[in-house]
Design a protein around this ligand. Sequence first.
Ligand code: ADP
Ligand code: MG
Ligand code: MG
Length: 248
Amino acid sequence: HAVLSLEHIGLRIGGARILHDVSLEVAPGEMLGVIGPNGAGKTTLFNVISGVARPTEGRVRLDGADVTNTPIHRRAAAGLGRTFQTSSLFPALSVLENVRLAAQAHAGGAASVFRIPRRSDAATGRALECLAEVGLAERADADASGLAHGEKRKLEIAMLIAMDPKVILLDEPMAGVSSGDVPAITDVIRGLHRGGRTVLMVEHHMEVVLGLVDRVAVMHHGELLAVDTPEAVMANPTVQSAYLGEAV
Ligand code: ADP
Ligand code: MG
Ligand code: MG
């Protein structure tokens, strides 16, 4: 069965139709790319999936359960993860302490936002595993504020992993990443998928999308134009005409 299903999702804000009749089933372990011109509704769709926005029509199901009206934090506890924005890092804390906080928050324990000597406890062990998964273990004791942009992106993904998500939403993970860092971040995203997690990724970098995903969903004016293999989507005349004259 599908780990995530969208059933006829519609969203109107004021008089504007932001999403219209979006239906989609995502299989466990699938990596799905979401592409479309600016303003197509990609981020809004992620907001509907994660609970930041409520659809005006349709249902969202996570592992078969209807979560359409479930609050954000309960969807997160049920295994739905979104990347942290860089602004949510604690810059005065170490890399390790940032991930430790995410692990503790997920475990529901009290968390300290003050610097503490490194200890050996379960949350620290878990945080180190998450850092190793993104290739940042050697930077564990660095200040988060001292990280390069690409390293911050890896730290955000490590914090996400610490929340133990089954379904991960990545909204433009390569935004602001220098071209030199793109291959390393691509590897980290591929690693998320290898862990058996399901990944939905909005990304404008077509080489990244095509190199990673099983299927591509194409959005245009709030509608889903096509969901298919990357090859079929690129050859689809409807998709090609939607993109004519528009930057991807
Ligand atoms: P994308 O991520 O594909 O670039 P968005 O989902 O951010 O697109 O936006 C889709 C459309 O919905 C845009 O036209 C945007 O201006 C509009 N929109 C998004 N959120 C709101 C909101 N809260 N109020 C009004 N319009 C919105
Ligand atoms: Mg796959
Ligand atoms: Mg967007």
